[in-house]
Design a protein around this ligand. Structure first.
Ligand SMILES: Cc1cc2nc3c(=O)[nH]c(=O)nc-3n(C[C@H](O)[C@H](O)[C@H](O)COP(=O)(O)OP(=O)(O)OC[C@H]3O[C@@H](n4cnc5c(N)ncnc54)[C@H](O)[C@@H]3O)c2cc1C
Length: 574
């Protein structure tokens, strides 16, 4: 059942308390409550996802920032971004960031997960061993427009029997895409056609897949794993609009050691409420929320906590560190001499009448541009050339030669320019989440610290060069005038670096802030079974635990983590 406030809860006896009903939290609660012996409570700060039109309609995604569904975080001034701060969106809604994200569905490289297995000493995190979880989580379907997708994806690497409806993008741009496909033929090599970049081998150019199924609506963790039928289970309870401030030490009842199975909940009027899980507390509050709760509770760097007056219950300097994200350039465009006719929706972003029409089409029969999000149908994943590593002496931060350093979203949504949105897929820089004060309601300090590692600015410069190589293909070259501002006048490396630093934003892929590490080492926050080191009864299962960010949009990796995480929990309590 679902409750709108903590006062409505029928009972305070729980086997499992899941903190955060986001991407991972929804999966964990759903899977644990499949076992009717377990009584599970999900505690979510945000409201329900039901009837949240902005979340449901893919084409309205861009309007979700700064709404009631957003934590509305802002970063500190980021030195590598010439001291700019940026807003840092996170989903504040059931389903968490999967209810507000861009729905791009990418798994990354097999070697990304093999690296997790290697650095944690647990082969269970390898690409091969994760395959059953990939199957359980994905429900591939025909796209909403029913276009023929033969040759646009590889059915052998997909599952149609899992939980989250996915497909190839169901609103394509047939006057633009043939140019990109021609580039794959003319240039080949780094821009070769890749039938399916979700095969574990992402390099090359392939068709976008999204967490949007045949019905043309967003698939979130909430719509997939916490459907009304699942929420109706007698042993599954979801409480919304409820903020967890801390987790507290629980009297050990002979279990010994530091036991943390108690959760403290903020109430508007009156003292906080506490609840204790008889089995485990699972933090799934995301890469910002989970370290925030750990540190507010006294689990973190001893010196940082003491400086804020927070009593230390466990010294662990890794908490909140290792913040990893994909810096992103959304403005790399090349002006065209002769525009491409991109059809009647060209001014969709700016024309309210077109937007009203698009919404009407979506509502009437699930057609039109709002059935999809990004105006880019083809994505590219490329490498920084080996020579750059050789000449610069930088180590390749990616997980290996079949992983991507750079992501390119390719298209011409306006028809007057070729656009390549560029992301650094395997960054070397690491930032942090830290507390501002001892008040758990105070938003944390977020410093993604982009470009703090000197390789990353080189890597991003290489991304711009890769975009230029892409548009040098014969089919595009003669129609291109020049790069649009602010790139037009940037010719030296230094000038290019300045444009990057002045304009880069984020891909919203925060991860790594409670990273897993091998058992019995004194760094890292969780063991490979996702238990918080040095604590009994407490796990973190969400994007925080990634030791390295995959060269992919991160929701899919979070689904893998949560599916396996739920199994790791069940193994202990079956
Ligand atoms: C704008 C945006 C666009 C993105 N685009 C893509 C994309 O296109 N493709 C992709 O793969 N990935 C994308 N991502 C990233 C992806 O969505 C995330 O990596 C993933 O959803 C994170 O899952 P999570 O479970 O770790 O955290 P979340 O899904 O964020 O879940 C955390 C949950 O915990 C709740 N919570 C936090 N603190 C507390 C507290 N103290 N008390 C109670 N509840 C709390 C939150 O409200 C939230 O529901 C995007 C993210 C954003 C924000």
């Amino acid at each position: 059942a679902t409750y709108n406030s903590v006062d409505e809860l029928p009972s305070l006896d729980w086997d499992f308390l899941v903190v955060g009903g986001g991407t991972a939290g929804s999966v964990i609660a759903s899977r644990l409550s499949e076992d009717s012996r377990f009584n599970v409570l999900v505690i979510e700060a945000g409201p329900t996802n039901e009837d949240a039109l902005l979340s449901i309609v893919p084409g309205l995604q861009a309007r979700l920032a700064h709404t009631a569904y957003d934590w509305n975080y802002t970063t500190v001034n980021i030195p590598g971004y010439n001291n700019r701060s940026i807003n840092y969106q996170r989903g504040y809604i059931l389903g968490g960031s999967s209810s507000v994200n861009g729905m791009v569905f990418t798994r990354g490289a097999a070697s990304d997960y093999d690296r997790w297995a290697r650095v944690t000493g647990d082969p269970g995190w390898s690409w091969d061993k994760l395959q059953p979880y990939i199957k359980r989580h994905e429900k591939f379907q025909p796209p909403v427009d029913n276009h023929n997708i033969t040759g646009q994806y590889d059915p052998t690497v997909h599952s149609s029997t899992g939980m989250v409806p996915t497909s190839v993008s169901g609103f394509q741009h047939p006057s633009v895409d043939p140019f990109t496909l021609m580039v794959t033929q003319q240039l080949g090599g780094e821009f070769k056609y890749n039938l399916d970049f979700n095969s574990g081998m992402p390099l090359g150019i392939g068709w976008l897949q999204a967490t949007i199924g045949h019905d043309g609506t967003r698939s979130s963790a909430a719509t997939s794993y916490l459907t009304p039928q699942i929420q109706a289970r007698n042993n599954l309870h979801v409480v919304l609009n409820t903020f967890v401030t801390r987790i507290l030490e629980t009297p050990s009842q002979g279990r010994g050691g530091l036991n943390i199975r108690t959760v403290e909940i903020h109430t508007q009027s009156g003292p906080p409420i506490t609840m204790t899980a008889s089995k485990e507390v699972i933090l799934a509050a995301g890469a910002i929320g989970s370290p925030r709760i750990l540190m507010s509770s006294g689990i973190g760097d001893r010196n940082d906590l003491k400086a804020l007056g927070i009593p230390v219950i466990l010294h662990n300097p890794s908490v909140g560190r290792n913040f990893s994200d994909h810096p992103s350039l959304n403005n790399v465009t090349f002006a065209l001499k002769k525009p491409v006719d991109v059809g009647p929706w060209v001014n969709l972003d700016s024309d309210p009448e077109l937007q009203a029409l698009a919404l009407e089409l979506w509502q009437t029969n699930r057609t039109g541009p709002f059935t999809a999000l990004v105006p880019y149908d083809l994505f590219g994943w490329v490498r920084v050339p080996d020579s750059v590593f050789r000449d610069s002496g930088f180590e390749d931060p990616s997980s290996g030669p079949t992983a991507a350093n750079i992501e390119m979203l390719i298209g011409a949504p306006t028809g007057v320019a070729w656009e390549t949105r560029l992301r650094l897929s395997s960054p070397a820089s690491r930032g942090y989440v830290a507390l501002r004060s001892s008040d758990p309601l105070d938003p944390p300090l977020i410093n993604p610290n982009y470009f703090s590692h000197p390789f990353d600015i080189v890597g991003m410069r290489e991304a711009v060069k890769a975009a230029k190589r892409f548009v040098s293909a014969p089919v595009l070259k003669d129609n291109i005038i020049q790069m649009n501002p602010p790139w037009a006048n940037a010719s030296t490396e230094d000038e290019i670096d300045q444009v990057i630093r002045n304009t880069a934003v984020t891909a919203w892929h925060a991860s790594g802030t409670a990273k897993m590490s091998p058992k019995n080492v004194d760094w890292g926050v969780v063991d490979p079974d996702l238990r918080v080191k040095g604590v009994k009864g407490l796990r973190v299962i969400d994007a925080s635990i990634m030791p390295y960010i995959p060269c992919a949009h991160t929701q899919t990796a979070v689904y893998f983590i949560a599916e396996r995480g739920a199994d790791l929990v069940r193994e202990v309590w079956h």
